[in-house]
Ligand binder design. Structure first.
Ligand code: MG
Length: 264
């Protein structure tokens, strides 16, 4: 049996090195309510549908405590909706700034297509957001055959429904011959829940959280330390494999194909 499909995440995996667009938008939205977030707080729930990302951030103890100090009580569901409303235009503005295709993605995808692997995608973005991202990515040579957003599948990550809908649209089976590739814990949970192989993306994604320029100027020991911490977190989430970037996935995909051939 051969790999039937590769289902890629978007921000931090195929576009937006460092997964910076959602972080900037969420931090600005919370700051507009007088509750600044650290980068780590803004990244803790990355990969979920954006409204759920905001809701989960509001439920974090330190954030809820700072919100209560400012507003008199923990954030309510009505306030979650207000933060989301503030977040939306900021997210569209950030997408305009941070949606470049990550180096190595287009060649790896071309290689997969040549091998007969179908290309799908899932996201925490809404369809309106993803349409903007996809248009820009296509101009830079990356255009998956299928894309599914949380509202289209009825549930976002960590549920597997976006992966299932990709399989339906690509007409591929079985799911155990498909691979989910993404940069967050929730990406790995989504792929595992779908019964797919999972590859975590460590360096270009949310777990390192640096721009390409910031990454390259880091001292070598610090780069190694941060990459290892990101790999550890993705393996701890249950990833079958971890690669530093999508462009470095070829050897892993070969190994998955060998293991499928052996029936493991
Ligand atoms: Mg991502």
């Amino acid at each position: 049996m051969k790999i039937q499909a590769a289902i890629f995440d978007w921000a931090g995996t195929t576009v937006d090195f460092g997964c910076r667009a959602p972080v900037e938008a969420i931090r600005e939205a919370f700051a507009s309510f007088g509750v600044p977030l650290s980068s780590g707080e803004a990244r803790a729930h990355m990969g979920l549908p954006k409204i759920e990302h905001i809701r989960a951030t509001c439920a974090d103890a330190a954030v809820a405590a700072r919100w209560a100090a400012k507003h008199g009580a923990r954030p309510t569901e009505a306030e979650v909706a207000q933060i989301y409303a503030s977040f939306l235009p900021r997210q569209f503005a950030a997408i305009e700034k941070y949606s470049r295709v990550i180096p190595g993605v287009a060649p790896l995808v071309a290689h997969l297509r040549a091998r007969g692997v179908r290309i799908g995608s899932t996201t925490g973005y809404t369809r309106e957001m993803l349409d903007v991202v996809m248009k820009r990515a296509a101009c830079e040579g990356y255009a998956p055959e299928a894309s599914v957003t949380p509202e289209e599948a009825g549930m976002g990550r960590p549920a597997p429904l976006m992966c299932y809908l990709n399989a339906v649209r690509l007409r591929v089976y079985p799911l155990r011959a498909c691979v989910k590739i993404g940069d967050t814990v929730s990406d790995i949970e989504e792929g595992r829940n779908a019964g797919m192989w999972t590859i975590g993306i460590a360096v270009t994604g949310n777990e390192v959280g640096l721009s390409e320029e910031e990454w390259h100027v880091l001292e070598e020991g610090e780069r190694a330390r941060r990459a290892e911490a990101a790999r550890r977190r993705l393996f701890d989430a249950g990833a079958d494999f971890v690669a530093d970037s999508v462009g470095e996935c070829e050897a892993v995909l070969d190994e998955i194909e060998q293991r499928l051939a052996l029936g493991s």
